[in-house]
Design a protein around this ligand. Structure first.
Ligand code: FMN
Length: 194
């Protein structure tokens, strides 16, 4: 981290001038792999995170998302942790909150697609929640490293819904460091200029 700005330290690049104009929350967001396992979120903060997702745009305002939050050590939490892969369990279990992110894929009782954009819209809603979390001094790591079938059974997910990802949310542990390479971004997006 850069001590002066609190942002991830990155090598200078020609895009730096442009990056300076980003919202601070976008510049400073990163996905930790170590959380403070003593930090506790209160239910009001969970409500606020879910509310941020709720106000995301979606195709035809279809809102094809659902969220199953579990605070660390709450009754649902242990079962979710047991479904995590070995690569995610060590840090995800430290997080104050796990949110299982679901997309509405079929019209109930049919094989008709609910919306062409269900997963796309879920991603936007999770992005809203992520940015809200970072603006509250929290950090998030979204992940797919879990046993999908086991988690689907555990949460009794109906067949027209699909678990897509989980978000681990909490306060980064003091020693948490950004993964090597994740501050690297593909070259800036080009577009035809006059
Ligand atoms: C859909 C999705 C799935 C992801 N799955 C995993 C995962 O299974 N394990 C993991 O450690 N990180 C996972 N990540 C986190 C990304 O690796 C991380 O966001 C990326 O490396 C960029 O780093 P940054 O978020 O710190 O900028 C996932 C992120 C997204 C959006």
């Amino acid at each position: 981290m850069d001590d002066a700005t609190g942002e991830p330290a990155t090598a200078p690049s020609p895009q730096d001038d442009v990056r300076d104009g980003l919202l601070p929350v976008l510049r400073q967001r990163w996905s930790p792999r170590e959380f403070d396992d003593q930090h506790v979120l209160d239910p009001g903060q969970v409500d606020l995170l879910l509310e941020a997702a709720r106000w995301a745009p979606s195709a035809g305002n279809s809102q094809p998302w659902a969220f199953r939050p579990a605070l660390r050590d709450a009754p649902d939490w242990r079962g979710i942790v047991d479904c995590l892969a070995g690569s995610s369990r060590p840090w995800a279990r430290q997080a104050s909150l796990l949110v299982v992110n679901l997309s509405h894929v079929y019209v109930e009782g049919t094989d008709w697609q609910f919306s062409e954009f269900s997963v796309y819209d879920l991603g936007q809603a999770v992005a809203h929640m992520t940015i809200q979390a970072h603006s509250m001094g929290l950090a998030c790591r979204q992940f797919r490293a879990f046993d999908l079938e086991a988690l689907t059974r555990l949460l009794d997910v109906p067949p027209h819904w699909q678990i897509t990802t989980i978000t681990a949310i909490g306060v980064p542990a003091p020693a948490a460091q950004r993964d090597r390479g994740t501050s690297v971004r593909a070259p800036s997006i080009t577009w035809p200029r006059e």
